[in-house]
Write a protein that binds this ligand. Sequence first.
Ligand code: PGA
Length: 255
Amino acid sequence: MLYINFKELNRNHSTLPKIVIAGNWKMYKTQYEAKSFFQDFSSLAQPQPGTQIVICAPFTALSILAAYTANQPAIALGAQNIHWLESGAYTGEISAPMLTELDVKFAIIGHSERRQLFGETNETVNLRIKAAQQVGITPILCVGETKLHRDRNATESWIISQLEGALIDVDQQNLIIAYEPIWAIGTGDTCEPCEANRVITLIRSQLKNPDVTIQYGGSVKPSNIQEIMAQPQIDGVLVGGASLEPDIFAKIVNY
Ligand code: PGA
């Protein structure tokens, strides 16, 4: 397939695969459910060579999943947050060394739910990204506009300001960005792939490293994955609801 070859040509020289398909489980799945998911999913997943699958599970499910992913290099573990200090009196937070101990390789940072519901700011996002990178965890930085920004023609300026704040002094060699328009998350209302490609082209133009893997997220499902991945600037996807069922997520990673 031509578009894959195009992306292969643009592969960066870091150890990160260019194509990254990540599932964001949010606050779903007990350890028992996570284990049962993995047993089914690992036998169904047959991604194209060079594709990295990431499962961003709740903290409590990470240790049980680590036992399985150790034998499956195509599937890595991700966290959904990370604090910028190693330890301290920060009730409810999790630190980088706690995650590396569980073989966590990726961490979602600045998801819109963290920003909208838990007071995450560009400043704290920036601190979290740097803490992840210091221990070799690849941050998946989420950016995206609300419906109101879009209606006011403020999508571009909003995303540029999110990038500027989040990327101060950040190493762009070990970084993934996810473009997630908030109005498309969990709504079934996917952003048109060509429009996602346009915004991702804008994001790429703001970066020092133009080879950064940039994902699209927001109502990704088996029926739209091919069209999304066919876009020249889209290197992967961040999948919420459709990553919870092993057969559905397998259809996405096997697109
Ligand atoms: P969704 O969520 O795929 O359920 O829209 C995406 C996300 O929140 O990362």
